[in-house]
Structure formats: structure tokens, C-alpha cells
Design a protein around this ligand. Structure first.
Ligand SMILES: *Cc1c(COP(=O)(O)O)cnc(C)c1O
Length: 475
């Protein structure tokens, strides 16, 4: 399988090269040249597979040419051995036809581990094979950074610089990054929002000289390997629930449109998904876009679900590429409008194509808290605030008739409630227990550097710190 940029002005790459580069050189995102298709027999076969074998079956066509079947199996087996359950994504029934899929049983307690654990084995393998070394630069609203730092710490093949918005991630999220003291890990707190962090990372990638000098690589969900690896659990849920021809919809707490785009990948591969529900908090750019056809940046508001306090939903570009019949000139046009005017408009035909698969619902802070309370009261279940946003969307979709009673709704439970103790205490007065391996997180030594919201200052810091410089960066 080969990969092309949504903006049409970057070289075509193999899977391995796309995984190592992250963002395309023209600022676009990599997508496969065509969608592989699974048939009914493939899907039926998935029902008996372990998570590792399912991952191999789903991912094989995307990685062909870069990764052998046995390597793929090794990466998946090593990645998911770090999870506290071999099931990786257990389903919990919470209503007649309502389910949660728990994606937080990895080492940093959010769904980001599912892809990041895999990616670190993949990248380490590719670089060991060719004898290269990379500098990973990422922006995080909390969970990506924790997952990436955990997955890449101590690796000889990568140096990692992770930017988080200072004071805007939960203390548990911050400490999961800043208490990792390995020499190849550098945490940077930016005086700004997540979008500011993401903007700096994009600017550094667009400085091609800097990019080449440091062999930059990105592990945000702009990295194709991340989103495709996440598509596996949609198949898992469907395989588990598909008895009696039950129809399935997914409600997905959304920020950067990565996790829900993974659901779209699954549907393009042939998985029958009734509808994908875009669940946002009050940072609702995607919900507004579905309502009005105008994608318009507002200022970011801090909420109880900080990992979704995002305005620029980067992966939406990947969906639009397909919606625009894969015309990169149209993507370049809207992205120019976005950077000049902070908005772009979709024509009606495009909007209707999006609405045919997706619906969007926002949750206010009060609705999120009320959902945590009611699920605790009803099912004695502790849902973290991001998961609660997904549950609010599921409830609204049912109430408005967007999803009928016969269709199962699987809401993705994206984080463990113990990552967000303040919101849980505010909602139900309970501080959820951290798992054993994190009990001492508040006592561990922290290390991070605060920098202004300025790409040049960050570039300077990276140049000074990157041990890679003396060692000859190359990929
Ligand atoms: C990252 C994250 C999200 C949003 O996922 P996207 O892929 O950015 O849409 C939702 N919930 C949690 C807990 C997250 O960490």
C-alpha cells in the first residue's frame, strides 16, 4: 500500500515512511491511495479472533510492503501485553442496547495507548533496521503526551519533545509525562492552549530545513499509523455484538477527529456502521460545522474534558479529502481560507455526504456532570468526563430519533476516571482509585520546562537539547 498527501504536493510514501514522517511535507496528512476492502467472509472470521490476531487481520493490507506478517504480529503482541486485560477493549453493557467499550486499560489509562504502544514498536523496528534515529515532536492535550512519553522513553532510536498547554492538563496527566526522567524525554509546558501547541508543532514541521536537520517525526493523530491502528477496536465491538444482525452505531468523544476517523476507516473497509456520533464538549467546532456548513474557529474554552479542548480538528482534513472526491486542490483552497480568515465553508453536496454518515452532539459542562452522576446512580459505574460527553451524545441521538431503539450504541470509554479526580469529586464526591502502578505518582520527581507560545523559542530549545545533533540525525 502506498500513501499520498491530502494536499497533493508531497512525495508518495510507503507505510513505513508515512509512519516515520507524521505530517506530510506540504502540510497535508497521509492517506492510502485506495481503500482495501474486506468481504463478508473476512468479517465473519473476525468473530473468533483474539485482539492481537484481529489487529493483524485488519492492519495487514495497510502495512503490506513495509512490515511482514510476522513482524506485525510481534508489534501487536508486544503492544497489547502492556494492557491489564488481554481483551484490550472490553465491552460493558449499561442499558438495553447501550454499551461502553473500555479503551483505558493500557499503561497511561487512556485510549491513546492502544495505538501508541504499537507505534513505538513499529518505529523502533523500522529505525533499527535502517540504522536511523528520529526526533519526535508532539503536542498534547494531556493523554497523547503521556502515552507517547511512556511508549518511547528509554528508546535509543528516538528523542522525544512533548508540548502541553501549561496548567491546562490534569495533574495526573501532567505527572504521567513529567515524572518520566529518561534522558531521551523532554517535556515542554507552553504558555497557551492545546491549539497553540499544535500550531507550534505544525510550524516546526513546515520549516523543512529544521525538519531535515533533526529528522523530525510526529506521533499525534496526524500520523496515519495511529489512526489506522485505532480502527481495530471498531471491528472488535462489531464482532462481539453482531449476533442477530444487530445494527451498530458508535458515539465517539472527539477533539482532533482522530478516533472517530478511525471508525470511518473501519466503515470504508467494509464494516457496517449505522452512524458515527461526533460527541464534543462546548468546544464544538465539528458540531457547528455539521449544523451550518461553516467550519469556524472560536476561542478554546477550558472544560472538565481537557483532552477535547480543541478547535482545530486536524483529522477532519482526511475526511474532507474523500468528501471532495480526493481533489487536493480543494483541500489547499479551504486550508488557505482557514489560515487567512479562520474559517471555510462547505458546499451543500459535501455537507450532505458528511451528514449521511455522521451526526454531531455537544455536551455542556452541566450535562457532562449530570451524566457522570446518573450513570453512577443507575449502574454504579464511574465514567470519566470524556466518556460522559460520549454518553450525552448517545442519549441525545436516541432522544431525537437519529438512532432507533434496535440499533446498539457503543460509546467509546476513552479514559479511566482516576485521570480526572477533580471532575469526579465535583460530580459525585468520589475520588477514583489509581491502579497500583500509579499509586505514587504524586510523590515522584517532576521535570519540565515552561516556554512562551513562540515556535522560534521552542526550536531553539530543541536545538540545544537534542542529543541527536552530535550523533548525525538520519532516517
Ligand atoms: C484524545 C482524547 C479524546 C479525543 O480523541 P481525538 O482522536 O482527538 O478526537 C477523547 N478522550 C480522551 C480521554 C482523549 O485522550
Amino acid at each position: 500500500m502506498r500513501y499520498i498527501s491530502t494536499r497533493g504536493e508531497a512525495p508518495e510514501l510507503s507505510f513505513g515512511e508515512a509512519a516515520l514522517s507524521g505530517l506530510a511535507r506540504d502540510g497535508g496528512l497521509y492517506v492510502p491511495t485506495s481503500w482495501p476492502k474486506l468481504d463478508a467472509a473476512d468479517l465473519a472470521r473476525f468473530e473468533g479472533l483474539s485482539y492481537v490476531d484481529l489487529a493483524c487481520a485488519v492492519l495487514q493490507p495497510f502495512m503490506a510492503g513495509s512490515v511482514s506478517d510476522s513482524e506485525l504480529h510481534d508489534f501487536a503482541a508486544q503492544a497489547y501485553a502492556t494492557f491489564s486485560t488481554p481483551d484490550v477493549a472490553p465491552l460493558v453493557q449499561i442499558g438495553d442496547n447501550d454499551w461502553l467499550m473500555e479503551l483505558f486499560h493500557g499503561p497511561t489509562l487512556a485510549f491513546k495507548d492502544v495505538a501508541m504502544q504499537f507505534l513505538s514498536h513499529l518505529i523502533d523496528h523500522l529505525l533499527t533496521r535502517r540504522g536511523g534515529r528520529i526526533t519526535i515532536i508532539g503536542a498534547t492535550s494531556g493523554d497523547t503526551g503521556a502515552a507517547a512519553v511512556q511508549a518511547f522513553s528509554g528508546r535509543d532510536t528516538a528523542e522525544i519533545f512533548m508540548l502541553h498547554p501549561n496548567g491546562r492538563v490534569s495533574p495526573v496527566q501532567r505527572r504521567q509525562m513529567t515524572t518520566v526522567l529518561e534522558n531521551n524525554v523532554h517535556n515542554i509546558a507552553i504558555e497557551g492552549t492545546f491549539d497553540d501547541c499544535q500550531g507550534i508543532v505544525k510550524a516546526l514541521f513546515q520549516d523543512l530545513k529544521f525538519r531535515d536537520e533533526l529528522a523530525l517525526s510526529g506521533v499525534n493523530s496526524i500520523n496515519w499509523a495511529r489512526v489506522v491502528v485505532q480502527s481495530v477496536y471498531y471491528f472488535k465491538a462489531a464482532a462481539a455484538l453482531r449476533n442477530q444482525d444487530r445494527k451498530i452505531a458508535f458515539s465517539v468523544p472527539t477533539g482532533n477527529f482522530g478516533d472517530i476517523y478511525a471508525g470511518y476507516i473501519a466503515s470504508r473497509l467494509g464494516l457496517d456502521i449505522e452512524r458515527l456520533l461526533i460527541a464534543t464538549n462546548v468546544n464544538d467546532i465539528l458540531v457547528r460545522t455539521l449544523e451550518t456548513g461553516c467550519y469556524e474557529l472560536h476561542d478554546v474554552v477550558a472544560t472538565h474534558s481537557p483532552s477535547m479542548d480543541i478547535q482545530i480538528a486536524s483529522n477532519f482534513e482526511r475526511l474532507l479529502f474523500d468528501i471532495f472526491n480526493r481533489d487536493p486542490a480543494r483541500i489547499r483552497g479551504i486550508m488557505e481560507s482557514l489560515s487567512n480568515d479562520r474559517n471555510f465553508s462547505l458546499d451543500n453536496a459535501s455537507l450532505e455526504k458528511i451528514r449521511a454518515r455522521f451526526s454531531g452532539f455537544r455536551s455542556s459542562e452541566a450535562e457532562t456532570i449530570a451524566m457522570i452522576q446518573s450513570l453512577h446512580g443507575r449502574n454504579n459505574y464511574l465514567a470519566d468526563p470524556h466518556t460522559a460527553v460520549g454518553l450525552v451524545a448517545a442519549e441525545k441521538a436516541r432522544a431525537s430519533g437519529v438512532i432507533d431503539e434496535d440499533t446498539a450504541i457503543v460509546t467509546l470509554a476513552t479514559a479511566h476516571p482516576a485521570k480526572f479526580p477533580d471532575a469526579m469529586i465535583a460530580a459525585i464526591g468520589i475520588k477514583p482509585e489509581l491502579p497500583d502502578h500509579m499509586q505514587d505518582i504524586y510523590e515522584r520527581e517532576e521535570r519540565y520546562t515552561v516556554l512562551p507560545n513562540d515556535a522560534a523559542a521552542v526550536a531553539q530549545f530543541i536545538r540545544e537539547r537534542a542529543a541527536i545533533l552530535g550523533k548525525g540525525a538520519s532516517v
